[in-house]
Design a binder for this molecule. Structure first.
Ligand code: BEZ
Ligand code: FE
Length: 275
C-alpha cells in the first residue's frame, strides 16, 4: 500500500468520525469534539504512534484519574504542567487593558474558606516565618472603588505545604476570605510565601522526572477576587526576588504580577473587568 493510499484511508477515517457528530443538537459540544478529534488524529499520524505507546498514554491517564481525590486533583496538575491551564487563562484574557492579569487557579483552591475581619492573620502558626502584610485597593476598570468585593486568599504555610496537603493540619490554614472596606481597601496579614515544589508523588511527577523538568514554583500568594457586576479574577502575586520566576513548573508568571516582598509590607491593587 502506498503512502498516498494510507493517507487517503486515514483521511476517510477522520471524516467518518467528524461526520458521526452531524445529528447532534449541541453545536458547541460538537465544535469542541471535532477539533479535539482532528488534533488527536494529527498527533497520532505526526508521531507515528505505536500501539504500545498509545497504551502507555492510556495507562498514564488512568493513573492520573486514580490519583485524583477531592484534595488532590492530578488532572489539574497535568493541565498546569503542560501549559494548558495558563493558555485557557490567556485566551479568556481580560478585555480591558488596565485590568489585572490572571494566572492559573492551581489544584489547591477550596471554595467557602473562612471569612475573616480585615487585617486578620490568615495562618494559625507562623513557625518563625517573616511576617508580611499585603494591602491594596480593589477597583473596577472604570475607576470605581469596590467596597463589596470578596477576596479569597491562599498560599503555602512556612513548611512549604498547603493545608490540604499537610496530614497534621485538619482545618483551613493560610486560607481565608475578606470583604473589602467601603472604600475598596483591604489589608491581609500573612507570612512571606516561599518557593515550593508541586506534588511529585503521582504520574505528573513521573513525567517531570522522566523529562528532566523542574517541579519548583516561585513563591506566590493566590487571590480570587469577585464582585457583583464584574468578572471574577483568578491570579497570584509573585515574590519578585524568587529564583524560580523564569522556570515556573506551571508557566504561570506574568511580569505585571511580580511584587517586591522584601519588607514586611507590600501593596498590590486588583482591577476587575466589568461584566
Ligand atoms: C499552586 O500554585 O498552588 C499550583 C499551581 C499549579 C500546580 C500545582 C500547584
Ligand atoms: Fe500555589
Amino acid at each position: 500500500v502506498s503512502d498516498v493510499t494510507n493517507q487517503n484511508v486515514n483521511e476517510a477515517l477522520l471524516n467518518e468520525v467528524l461526520a458521526s457528530f452531524d445529528d447532534s443538537r449541541n453545536s458547541r459540544l460538537v465544535e469542541i469534539l471535532r477539533s479535539a478529534v482532528k488534533h488527536l488524529h494529527a498527533f497520532v499520524e505526526e508521531t507515528n504512534l505505536t500501539r504500545d505507546e498509545w497504551m502507555t498514554g492510556i495507562d498514564f491517564l488512568t493513573d492520573t484519574g486514580k490519583k485524583s481525590i477531592n484534595s488532590r486533583q492530578e488532572f489539574i496538575l497535568l493541565s498546569d504542567t503542560l501549559g494548558v491551564s495558563m493558555l485557557v487563562e490567556l485566551v479568556n484574557q481580560k478585555s480591558t487593558v488596565n485590568a489585572t492579569d490572571p494566572t492559573v487557579l492551581g489544584p489547591f483552591y477550596i471554595p467557602d474558606s473562612p471569612m475573616m475581619e480585615m487585617n486578620s492573620f490568615i495562618g494559625s502558626d507562623d513557625e518563625g516565618a517573616d511576617p508580611l502584610t499585603v494591602t491594596g485597593i480593589v477597583q473596577s476598570t472604570n475607576g470605581d472603588l469596590l467596597g463589596d468585593a470578596i477576596i479569597e486568599v491562599w498560599q503555602v504555610a512556612p513548611n512549604g505545604l498547603y493545608d490540604v496537603q499537610d496530614v497534621d493540619v485538619d482545618a483551613p490554614n493560610y486560607r481565608a476570605r475578606f470583604q473589602t472596606c467601603s472604600d475598596g481597601r483591604f489589608s491581609i496579614r500573612t507570612s512571606k510565601p516561599i518557593d515550593y515544589q508541586i506534588p511529585t508523588d503521582g504520574p505528573v511527577g513521573t513525567m517531570l522526572t522522566e523529562t528532566g523538568r523542574s517541579s519548583w514554583r516561585p513563591a506566590h500568594i493566590h487571590f480570587r477576587v469577585s464582585c457583583p457586576g464584574h468578572k471574577t479574577l483568578v491570579t497570584h502575586v509573585f515574590d519578585a526576588s524568587s529564583r524560580y520566576l523564569e522556570s515556573d513548573a506551571v508557566f504561570g508568571v506574568m511580569d505585571s504580577l511580580k511584587l517586591e516582598m522584601s519588607g514586611d509590607e507590600a501593596s498590590f491593587d486588583f482591577v476587575l473587568d466589568e461584566e
